[in-house]
Design a protein around this ligand. Sequence first.
Ligand code: SAM
Length: 212
Amino acid sequence: MRLRNKPWAREMLDSHPQHVISSPEQYKGNWKAVFEKEQPLHIEVGTGKGRFITEMAKAHPDINYIGIELYESVIVSALDRLIAADIPNLKLLNVNGEKLTEYFAKGDVSRVYLNFSDPWPKTRHAKRRLTYKSFLKLYEEILVDNGEIHFKTDNQGLFEFSLMSFSEYGLLLKYVSLDLHNSDFEGNIMTEYEEKFSQKGSRIYRCEVQYR
Ligand code: SAM
């Protein structure tokens, strides 16, 4: 992700507290308080500019969604989308996914989406991959029993690493596609990266795994 300096981004995020939750730790164990309806919560870690999470929230009004993004200069684009569409079942968090357990209690989240996560190709950086075992432990600590991770990437190396990581952690592999755009999977919502890489001819890999 190429980061542009946007000195106004912080102020814009702070001026929309109805969309961007500023002190998420106060809702740990009580996320229903921020949404209109009490219904399952799905989160995306590394939401980027927010196309996936906003379109998912519009398509599935019976689910609550939270998009989590580290960089304020990136998440402001997601905020733009949210302001334009005013989607009641979507909130944004400008926080580090490494700290998920500070904001969510066990059972708060039903599903974690990881889309086109940074691949960190060097072996010495493997611990930074969002599918590394320490992250799988974090997700387990906030997910409901039998909660799921849905993962998409164009990066074959990251996909292979992730399948190994999921399997070694004991997760159940429920769905795997080695070529999502030429599969029978229905209802795919493309992310910004997915559109960019698939237009360049890259194959898209996707899997769904479940804790047990
Ligand atoms: N998911 C989007 C898509 O598919 O278009 C963005 C993909 S981009 C390659 C990865 C995003 O994850 C970046 O915006 C990055 O800032 C974010 N990210 C990486 N590590 C993160 C972390 N620990 N917590 C929150 N966001 C993170």
